[in-house]
Design a binder for this molecule. Sequence first.
Ligand SMILES: Cc1cc2nc3c(=O)[nH]c(=O)nc-3n(C[C@H](O)[C@H](O)[C@H](O)COP(=O)(O)OP(=O)(O)OC[C@H]3O[C@@H](n4cnc5c(N)ncnc54)[C@H](O)[C@@H]3O)c2cc1C
Length: 312
Amino acid sequence: MVVVGAGIAGVACATELARSGIPVRVRERARVTGGRLASRRFEGRPVDLGAAYFTVDDPDFAAVVQRWRAAGLAGEWTDTLVAYGPGGRAEATGPMRWAAPRGLRSLVEHLAEGLPVTHDRPVTTVEPGPRVDGGEAKAVVLAMPGPQAARLLDPALAGATRAVATQSWSPALTVVLHFPVRCWPDFRGAFVNDHPVLGLVCDDGDRRGDRAPVLVAHTTAGFAARHLNQPAAAHPAVEQAVRDLLGLPEPAVSAHVHRWTCATPAAHTGSATYHLDDDGIGLAGDAFGRPRVQTAWRSGRDLGRALAARLG
Ligand SMILES: Cc1cc2nc3c(=O)[nH]c(=O)nc-3n(C[C@H](O)[C@H](O)[C@H](O)COP(=O)(O)OP(=O)(O)OC[C@H]3O[C@@H](n4cnc5c(N)ncnc54)[C@H](O)[C@@H]3O)c2cc1C
């Protein structure tokens, strides 16, 4: 049994299979586990480059979150962000947002402890059988954005090919801005509505709890789409937009741009939380519901249970 992709969906799926005694291997193309729960260290401290935070309303996911909290990995951040829009600035109260002091990637790593995950091993073909890069498998799970899965799938695997073709994805750029000192009033995080460049700006020092002078901006899909070929060139426009929004007197001392070609799927309206067909191909991820961390976890968990029932 092969799970391709060590994001939270793939890891949740493999966890369920391993718990049921089904031999499973996870193959990940990146050097690290986590996928879009991505954190990178800058000058010794982690910064979240993918998901900004996560929310919880599923009791089963809440139990996982409580284990992360008990391990000191996750904590409540805030239920109040601000929203900027044509009408000005307003407080936006909503569900509790959770953050991870060591970066959100640490949560997926914790979930993956004890699983056989091989990094730096991209899968290139999934063919009928099913076969993964020529090797036989009892079943194959593609736990990744649909366009990434589409590149691997032999068109003869018609059910999965059709399922990924129904997904529609948008890009984003994440820009990490380091400032000499904290030069903004506390705002935690800001949704930016109807803006040509910005979608969200988060105070990374606040969500991480160390008060470092670091802001993380997520761009709109439209802005990202125009900069996918040269993402680094987008930095001055994003920095200027953040400084204008927050009225920052000083420029950043350094910036890092991360490109997400597949950042967010269009919200899925059906009730299925995964795809599993008679060819032995499973699909899981945040495309099966609202595009959120919890959705990806539940999709992987549910697919793992369905496969365990079928194979066990
Ligand atoms: C900029 C941004 C902001 C976000 N903000 C939020 C937020 O605030 N709150 C929230 O809840 N969610 C947010 N999300 C969404 C959240 O990150 C995702 O829902 C979740 O991480 C998806 O997990 P996944 O396992 O489905 O997919 P992924 O994390 O994308 O995992 C897929 C994995 O498959 C691997 N892979 C792909 N192709 C291959 C291959 N050929 N061979 C081997 N491995 C392969 C990838 O390297 C990756 O590790 C955000 C996402 C982005 C990008």
